[in-house]
Each structure stands twice: as C-alpha cells, then as structure tokens.
Ligand binder design. Structure first.
Ligand SMILES: [Zn+2]
Length: 364
C-alpha cells in the first residue's frame, strides 16, 4: 500500500486563550473566524447530504430549526459550555445552531438521518494500563480518522479559564475539546460508534469539554453515564493516578470495557453484547480489520510512546489498515494523539503518525 499522502502534511496549529469562559470563546471565534465559517458550511452540507441519501430531505433552515431543540438541553447540561459556544459563534459570525451542528456533526447528523452510516468514519484507540506499559504508567492513544477534507481544520487549543483547570486539546477549528488532557491529569479521547437510539440531547463534544473541568476518571465516567446523550460514542478516559476506563455509550445505555490482558482497544463497532443489539448497522470491514490487527499488535507487549506510534502507523491489510490513507474512500488519519496522564504530557500530530510532525505539550 502507498503510505505517502497526496495532500500537504502541515504542522498542527496551536491556539492559546486565557480569561473568563466567555472571553476565551470570543478570542477563539475571532482568531479562527474564517475557518469556522468554512467548516460550518462543509459539515452542514455533509449532514444534509447524509440525511438525503437516507431518504430525509431538509433545507438548511429546517435542519437548523430541528437542531435548535438541543440548545436548552446543552444550556441545562452546563451553562459554561453554552456560554463558551455562544461566544465562539458570535465572534465567528455564525449562528449558535450552525456551530453546534458543526461541532456535534456525527451525533446530530445521525439525528437528522436516523439511519445508516457509510463505512468510513473511524478511529483506533488503545488504553494501556500501568501493568502493560514499559515505564509502569498509564498511556492513552488513538488515531483520529475522518474525511480528508477536515484535515486543514485540525488544530490544537490550549485554554486557561479562570477558576477552572487548563486544558490541552486536539480538535477542529471552532470545536470544543475532542481529545485532550487537563491540568488535573484527566485525559479523554473518543471513537465514533452508531446506534439506533439517537435522540435530542447534548453532543459528544459537550461531554468531552465537561470532562476537562473534572479531576478524576471516576467523575468523568459518572458524568457521561448520567448525561442526556444525543448519540453513540466510545470514550477512553484516564487520570494522573493511573485509573482508566473505556466506556461504550449509545444514547440510552452504556457499558464499561474490560480485556483479558489489561490493554483495552476499540475501533468503530460496538463490542458489548447488550449494546450491540442497538447498533445501527454493520459498520463495515475497516473497523473489524483494525480491531483484529490492533489486538494482534498489543499481544504480550509492554508498550511505550514509541511502540504505540508504530502501532498507530501500521499499514497491514491495505485499505483496512490502522493508519488510514485517503486513496480508497476519502477517509484518512487526520491526527494522532498519545497521552501520558501521570506525567501531564500530551503528544499530538496532524495527519499520519509516521508523516506528521509530533508536538508535545505539558499540562502540569
Ligand atoms: Zn500511514
């Protein structure tokens, strides 16, 4: 397989904001205004197209009216997340509904479509607990795979909100936290899964952003389990005391993942038997191939940052490889992240883990 890329490999842009929650939102919206507008157009277009392909036609106005029903739910879930989102939207000159549809694309797109998803979207993640890592410390890692058209918008945002922990996050411009670490040592990442019980609710970035305000793995798990979730996602969570959890969630149900050897891997199909009954459809060959391959690669190994980079760069199985190149279906690995919560470090690169330039950030 060709493991080069036919698009430019650019360094991850880093934005750093400080002040009140709403000041941070305004700085973010103003700094990234043009890119946020562009990404809203691209993603709203993609959501409408996805729904149309599944027999549901909406005008943009109709879709935004439907999505606006989530606004009071988000506000009730966390007033500060609502305020930051509203400030980003105001300063970027987009509406609140446009921004939340952009941010919560995969959840709200499924709500609009209420149907199937094409094989493609998908990530590969690895939780390496203390006993399985070379230095005896917890490691969280994942590739973040999505349409290659999203890659120019992948960025890294550092927030220093007043009276809250600082957070260090990979996301897309205008997005809330997506994969990150905070100054309390709480780390979180996510993979996309699909279930038929989508409903009105908060989208997954709301949950991840709220996790960045908490100080332990347990609190994050409780917060996610008790939230009115709009759609299905898998979350990998860790903290500076070495605690970790992988949790599969549909909109209504959730299940903690465990594994025999301790390392918890996850791709894009539901692994829990009970939750799998709610899976929207067969998620395709890529996720099964990646799950099988990542499980082979972690067998009887003690992992470290470098060996995880090698796993995330694996090209076995051609178009179904862990490191995804866009030759086949326009989906590629848009970013790669490894987090060391116990040492307060997050390593991130845009594009493929073997081509992109890695940067390391310290959260404490
Ligand atoms: Zn690659």
């Amino acid at each position: 397989m060709n493991n080069k890329a036919n698009y430019p490999i650019e360094k991850l842009p880093v934005y750093e904001f400080r002040g009140s929650i709403s000041e941070i939102g305004h700085q973010y919206g103003e700094t990234c205004r043009e890119q946020i507008k562009e990404l809203c157009e691209i993603r709203i277009g993609a959501a409408l197209e996805h729904a149309q392909e599944r027999g549901r036609s909406f005008t943009k106005k109709q879709a935004l009216e439907l999505i606006s029903q989530n606004t009071p739910i988000i506000k009730n879930f966390d007033l500060e997340i609502y305020e930051e989102t509203a400030a980003i939207a105001e300063s970027a000159n987009v509406s609140f509904e446009e921004l939340i549809l952009m941010q919560g694309l995969t959840d709200y797109r499924d709500y609009l479509s209420w149907g199937k998803i094409a094989d493609g979207f998908g990530c590969t993640s690895i939780i390496t607990p203390r006993q399985n890592s070379k230095n005896g410390k917890l490691l969280l890692a994942q590739n973040w795979d999505l349409g290659t058209s999203n890659m120019p918008y992948v960025c890294f945002v550092i927030r220093h909100p007043k009276d809250k922990p600082s957070s260090y996050n990979l996301t897309v411009t205008g997005g809330l936290s997506l994969i990150g670490l905070n100054s309390h040592g709480v780390a979180i990442g996510t993979n996309n899964i699909k279930s038929t019980d989508s409903r009105l609710g908060v989208h997954y970035l709301n949950l991840i952003h709220k996790a960045m305000h908490l100080n332990s793995c347990d609190k994050v798990v409780n917060m996610i389990q008790s939230a009115q979730r709009s759609g299905a996602h898998y979350f990998l969570i860790g903290d500076k005391n070495g605690n970790s959890a992988g949790i599969e969630c549909t909109a209504l149900k959730s299940a903690i993942r465990t594994s025999e050897n301790g390392i918890v891997t996850h791709c894009n199909h539901i692994l829990d038997k009970e939750l799998a009954k709610l899976e929207a459809e067969n998620m395709g060959d890529s996720t099964c191939a990646r799950q099988k391959r990542v499980d082979e690669l972690i067998q009887n190994k003690k992992l470290c940052v470098d060996s995880i980079k090698d796993i995330l760069s694996d090209h076995e199985n051609d178009e179904f490889s862990i490191c995804r190149h866009s030759d086949m279906n326009g989906i590629s690995t848009n970013a790669s992240i490894i987090i060391e919560p116990e040492d307060g470090k997050i390593h991130a690169c845009r594009s493929h883990p073997h081509l992109g330039e890695w940067q390391t950030f310290s959260a404490f």
